[in-house]
Design a protein around this ligand. Sequence first.
Ligand SMILES: Nc1ncnc2c1ncn2[C@@H]1O[C@H](COP(=O)(O)OP(=O)(O)OP(=O)(O)O)[C@@H](O)[C@H]1O
Ligand SMILES: [Mg+2]
Ligand SMILES: [Zn+2]
Length: 519
Amino acid sequence: MSMGRARSVVLIGMEGRMIEVEADIGQTLPAFVLLGLPDAALRESQDRVRSAAKNAGVELPRRRLTVNLFPASLPKSGSGLDLAILMSAWAADGQVEGTSEVVFLAELGLDGRLRPVKGVLPAVAAAAEAGVGTVVVSSLNAAEAALVPGVQVLAADHVLQVAAHFRTAKAGEAPISHVQGLQRLTGGLAHHDDAPDPPESRDLAEVRGQLHARFTLEVAAAGGHHMMLIGAPGAGKTMLAERLPSILPLLDEQEAMAATAISSISSGATSVTRLQRRRPFESPHHSATAASILGGGSRVPAPGAVTRAHLGVLFLDEAPEFQRNVLDSLRQPLETATITLHRSAGHVTYPADFQLVLAANPCPCGMNVKDGSQCSCSVAQRRNYLSRLSGPLLDRIDLQIQVERPHSAELAPAETGEGSATVAQRVQQARAQQADRLAPYGLRLNSQVPLHLLANELRLPRSCLRALDTALDRAQLSLRGYVRVLRLAWTLSDIFHKDHPDEDEIDAAMQLRLVGTSR
Ligand SMILES: Nc1ncnc2c1ncn2[C@@H]1O[C@H](COP(=O)(O)OP(=O)(O)OP(=O)(O)O)[C@@H](O)[C@H]1O
Ligand SMILES: [Mg+2]
Ligand SMILES: [Zn+2]
C-alpha cells in the first residue's frame, strides 16, 4: 500500500477552508473511490483526473485508488480539487513528491490542461493565512493568485508541467522530464504596483445646477448615510446617484482585497488581475430576480448585487417597483452588513456592507411635484406609491430629498459645478474627523452612531437641541427622525471642521429630511 498527499482549498461563501487530499493505491481491482462529502460536480472529478493522467502519458496504475478528503465533515463542491486529487494519486504511485505542503487549485481538462477556477483570490489568501508557502494554479489564474502577499505562485498550462516540477527520480525516464517549467510569481507584487484604477468616467462636474442635491450627495458620502432621491422623470436622480462613488474615498488595502475577492467568486469566466480600489456601484433593475439581487442559486448560493455592492453603493432606481420581498430582505444587510442565504446544502453568509441609494418618482405618473397640477394619478394611487417602501426600510435612510428639474438657466455651460476630485477631498477630511471621534466606540461613520451614544457620550449642549426637542415633543418628529437629524448634524459639522454641531447644523439637518413627514 502506498500513500500520497496534496492540499487544496474549498470556499464556504467567502471563507477558504484548507483541505487535505490523501490518495491510497491498493492491490485490488481497478476502481476510483472518493470519500469525504464530495458533491456531484466533484464526483465527476474522477473521470477528469483519470483521463487527464492518461492523456498526459502518465497513467494512473490499474488498481484500486481511494481518495480521501479531510475534514470529512465539510461539504465540498466544484472542480477546483481536480489537480490536488491527481497530484496525490501520482504521489501515491511514486511519480511525484513534495506535494503534501503545497496547495493545488485548478480544474483539469480531459486532455490534461489546467483550467482556471473561481475564487482563487480568497482561496490563496486562506492558504497564506494557514502558513502555506506555495500554491499551484492555472496560468489564467496566476495574476489573481499573486495578489496575495507572502506566497510563491507556480502557474502552469498543462498538468505535465506540474508533474515535471514535482517529479521523483523514478519518474525521470517518463515523458514528463521533457516539458517546459512552471512560471514563478511572488505573491503581493500588486501591492507595490501603483498603476491607478481607470479614471471614474462619471464626474460631478457634469451635473449642472442642483446645488441642494449635490450638497446632499456630499453629506451622504461624508457620513455614509443611506439616501433617497424623489423627483419627476428626467430630474436627474439617476445621474446624481451614479456619481456617488466618484466622491467616496478609495478602498484601503484590506477593503480592496475584500472587494476583489467578491469579484473573484462572482466573475463569469475571467479571473481578476488587479486589486480593485474604486468602490463598486451596483444598480440592479427592478425586474431582476430576488436571487440575482440578494444572492442565491440552486446548489451553491452565489453572491448577489447586495454582496457585489459591498463597501460601495447599492442603487435601486425606481425603488417602489421592486418586489416587496426583495425590499424587505434588505433589512438584514442594513442591520448586520451581511446576508445569509439558506439552501438545502446548508447556509452561507456573504458580506453586504453597502450604502443604499433609492430613487423614486413621487407617484406612478411621476408628475406630482410642486402643486401637483400636472399629476394624473388618483389620491389613493399617490398615497400608495411611496408606501410600497416599507417603514422599516425607510427608517434606515437618513437622507430623503426632492430633486427638482433644473431650470434652463442652470443648464448653461457656465454653471459647471465643482468636480468630483474636489468634493472627494472634503469627504475624505470629514471622514477622517469622524473616524477619530468614533474610534473609541469601534465606529467609523456618523451613520452608524446609535441613540445611546448620541444621548450620552456625544450629547450636545441643551441650547443646540432646543428646536429639535420641541419638534420631538410636538410629535412633528419621531424618535427615529430625531436620531437621524443628530447623525446628519454631526456629519455637517465634520464637513465644516467644527468640533460639534450647533443650532445651525441641527437646522440644516432638519431640512435634509423629506418635508411634511414626521419620519
Ligand atoms: N442637472 C443636470 N445637469 C446636466 N444634465 C442633466 C441634469 N439633470 C438631468 N440631466 C440630463 O437628463 C438626463 C435624464 O436624467 P436622469 O436619467 O438622471 O433623470 P431621472 O430623474 O433619473 O429620471 P427618471 O425618473 O426618468 O429615471 C440625464 O441623462 C442628463 O443627461
Ligand atoms: Mg432614473
Ligand atoms: Zn402622478
